[in-house]
Design a binder for this molecule. Structure first.
Ligand code: UDP
Length: 318
């Protein structure tokens, strides 16, 4: 992209804010919108005096018009299981009405469009590792369905705007991602384990800890997303780190990094918690020349300072 005006929804979120940084460093003007239901303005505080960045408090479930934009990145949604279970109806709305509203903006201004989809589209997958051609194994009425089905509806809507209106759309299926600016209390595995280890508390493992996930560091993910946004690819592309960890192995990695002898305690497994997850990234490799570079150890090291500051703020009751 030459220098453009780019709309980012969910700009105050973990990934949205990293995306804003990356777009600004590529020379674009960025209009960031967020309703701050799970986003946090602290994630954008460093952009206060950035003249090419504009923030608007906007709820995209209502029709809105940011003015002429050249590209739309649709990243607005509660994303951690704790948040989307708490905000179930809001999650359904942002992943349906919200996505349609942002697609209308792309259609109106002839803008490119990239939607943040998710590995949750595969549900509890029966195909392993997950390839993009797999349609998934999702419980449409279970607790996680507010997120999974909203994201699947969004994929249908994005595909339809490409098919019927010729919008230049892109779909990224994002696998578990971590790094600085994760909300410390979002209940996710990496945020929970880092916060617990740094507080000297036991690490909570849900179920037997043998379920798996594959963890991608945020800078790797943003690199892949930017490449996809500039490509001619309209079908979904997995972006994630294909190295698979059991939850127990991941707990041990966090313990060895933080270096304290915190215990491990076992808690009940949430309903419909996927038993395994690992991206097949062949399409990202061949279409985009992308592969992740940051190991889990290195990514956790890069996140340590951020989580340490979160624990210190907590202690000071800030
Ligand atoms: N998990 C865990 N302990 C925690 C938080 C999460 O054992 O304190 C497990 C959770 O049950 C799941 C995995 O870690 O199997 C990843 O959970 P997360 O909430 O990060 O996201 P998910 O991949 O399920 O969307």
């Amino acid at each position: 992209m030459a220098s453009n005006i780019v709309l980012v929804t969910g700009a105050a979120g973990f990934l949205g804010s990293h995306l804003c940084d990356a777009l600004l460093s590529e020379g674009h003007q960025v209009v960031g919108v967020d309703n701050l239901s799970t986003g946090n303005l602290n994630n954008l505080a460093h952009l206060k005096s950035e003249r090419r960045f504009f923030f608007e408090h906007t709820d995209i479930t209502q029709s809105f018009d940011p003015g002429k934009v050249d590209y739309v990145f649709n990243f607005a949604s509660p994303a951690s299981p704790v948040d989307y279970l708490r905000l179930g109806i809001e999650t359904l709305l942002v992943g349906s009405a919200g996505t349609l509203h942002t697609l209308e903006i792309a259609k109106k201004y002839g803008a490119g469009f990239l939607h943040a989809s998710t590995s949750e589209c595969y549900g509890d997958p029966l195909v392993h590792p997950q390839v993009e051609s797999y349609w998934g194994n999702v419980n449409p009425i279970g607790p996680r369905s507010v997120y999974d089905e909203a994201k699947r509806f969004s994929e249908a809507a994005v595909s339809a705007y490409h098919r019927y209106h010729g919008v230049n759309t892109h779909l990224v299926r994002i696998f578990n991602t971590y790094g600085p600016r994760l909300q410390p209390n979002d209940g996710r595995l990496i945020s929970n384990f880092m916060m617990q280890a740094l507080r000297g508390e036991p690490l909570t493992i849900y179920g037997d800890g043998l379920q798996t996930r594959s963890f991608c560091y945020c800078s790797d993910l943003i690199d892949g997303i930017l490449l996809l946004s500039k490509s001619d690819e309209h079908d979904p592309v997995n972006i994630g780190n294909p190295i698979e960890w059991t939850i127990l192995e991941c707990a041990k990695e966090v313990q060895s990094l933080v270096g304290v002898g915190s215990e491990i305690v076992f808690r009940p497994l949430p309903q419909d918690d996927p038993t395994r997850r690992r991206p097949d990234i062949t399409r990202a490799q061949t279409l985009l020349g992308w592969a992740p570079k940051v190991s889990l150890r290195e990514g956790l090291e890069r996140s340590l300072e951020y989580f340490t500051a979160c624990v210190e703020r907590e202690k000071a009751h800030i």
